[in-house]
Design a protein around this ligand. Structure first.
Ligand SMILES: Cc1ncc(COP(=O)(O)O)c(C=O)c1O
Length: 404
């Protein structure tokens, strides 16, 4: 008799954002007259930069012509894009990454979810708590997480690294040594970052213990402070222990277009195997590449003009971040993040539980945020607001929260 993958049955309830969607829809249906402002899901609102639109138009025209039409893309992605990434995201920052160590994909969500496939089922995984849920859920799907413990809100085979007010929302090196360490800086959901010297400690730890760091740099474009690294490869020895994930979603507005990349240095070897070869094999077998027109669109941000245009977008969102931070701080709320990240991490008032605060904010201010507990047990009592909304809506939302 046919059976299903039992690991999928272990997954917890509905995905965080489906639950938010359900509650917001129910409220909107009951109160059609209310204008709801959404500062919950991390989706962008600014249109694509002009250089990207021009590149898309040009590439579409090429597809209409027999001489310039393109079919399947090369396995790792087009050379023109991988070379531009290597030059602009790495060489200019003093990082030694070559184009053939870059794998172009349809985004960091799929890569951060799929990357665990190249590691053994018995590998021990460590995640920050709170955490981007994809890292945990994909390890549940692959049978690595163990059993969910209702009382703690944790999986018994995952190492949780609490990120709390006490450690500045940056994890401490775990005592039990993990095989795989998921790190994300600037962080979703807390907006926290770590300095280069702190990140170096993780690289040294991973190299000493044979662990691999899966470093999600989806928000690196939001870094404003000098000593915060844009790439883990700024640290010495990272080529021997780290895989890095990037997205075009939050810097260039590609959430709907879909583009990202993963870097696996050829010098990263575990269990006698080059991890680059395994990911290349997986990529070649299961993936047929991001569309040509989208790769051309991605290439367009790697020019002086392109960089200036994406900076304008990032600046727009960071102005929102300042409005949220200043507005809430001024009203006596405990808030952090928002300086090197488009996320503001807010302590709920009156020690309210995250979901209770979600409901009260929705009904009293008609503002939607994300309950911190949805990202892990250490997120209980916290709330995430995003800076990705429209400026006017952000100002209005903060005024509403302040006037509660
Ligand atoms: C930490 C982190 N990684 C990856 C992603 C997904 O990026 P992409 O749109 O490239 O799939 C997100 C999106 O919210 C994220 O917060």
């Amino acid at each position: 008799m046919i059976s299903v993958n039992e690991d999928y049955l272990k997954l917890r309830g509905s995905y965080l954002f489906s639950e938010i969607g359900k509650r917001v829809n129910a409220y909107a249906a009951a109160h059609p007259e209310k204008s709801i402002i959404r500062l919950g899901i991390g989706d962008v609102t600014r249109p694509l930069p002009p250089v990207v639109i021009d590149a898309l138009h040009k590439a579409v025209d090429e597809m209409a012509n027999e001489d310039t039409f393109r079919g399947y893309a090369p396995d790792l992605g087009y050379e023109f894009l991988r070379s531009a990434i290597a030059e602009w995201d790495y060489k200019k920052r003093g990082c030694d990454i070559s184009p053939d160590e870059i794998f172009v994909s349809d985004g960091a969500k799929s890569d951060s979810g799929n990357i665990q496939e190249i590691f053994g089922r018995g590998c021990k995984v460590a995640v920050c708590d709170p955490v981007y849920p994809v890292y945990v859920d994909t390890n549940v799907m692959s049978g690595r997480a163990g059993t969910y413990i209702e009382e703690t809100g944790m999986w018994d085979n995952i190492i949780y690294m609490p990120c709390t007010k006490d450690n500045g929302f940056a994890p401490c090196l775990p005592k039990e040594v993990p095989d795989l360490i998921y790190l994300c800086f600037p962080n979703n959901p807390t907006g926290a970052t770590i300095t280069k010297s702190e990140l170096q400690k993780w690289v040294d730890y991973a190299n000493k213990n044979g662990s691999v760091i899966l470093y999600d740099a989806a928000y690196e474009a939001y870094i404003t402070e000098e000593d915060v690294p844009h790439s883990i490869y700024e640290c010495e020895g990272a080529r021997e222990c780290a895989i890095e994930l990037h997205s075009f979603s939050k810097n260039a507005g590609f959430t709907g277009l879909r583009l990202g990349y993963t870097v696996i240095p050829k010098s990263l070897v575990r269990d006698g195997v080059m991890l680059h070869s395994l990911w290349a094999r997986r990529h070649g077998t299961k993936y047929n590449g991001a569309p040509y027109i989208v790769q051309r669109a991605g290439e367009a941000i790697y020019s002086e003009e392109g960089q200036a245009q994406i900076k304008e977008t990032v600046d727009y969102y960071m102005r929102n971040a300042r409005i949220i931070l200043k507005g809430l701080h001024g009203a006596g709320y405990e808030v952090s993040g928002g300086v090197n990240a488009p996320y503001i991490w807010m302590k709920t008032p009156f020690k309210l539980k995250s979901w209770d605060y979600f409901d009260s904010l929705l009904s009293q201010a008609n503002v939607v945020g994300t309950p911190g507990v949805g990202f892990g047990p250490s997120g209980e009592g916290y709330f995430r607001l995003t800076a990705f909304g429209k400026y006017e809506n952000t100002v209005m939302a903060i005024n509403r929260i302040r006037s509660i």
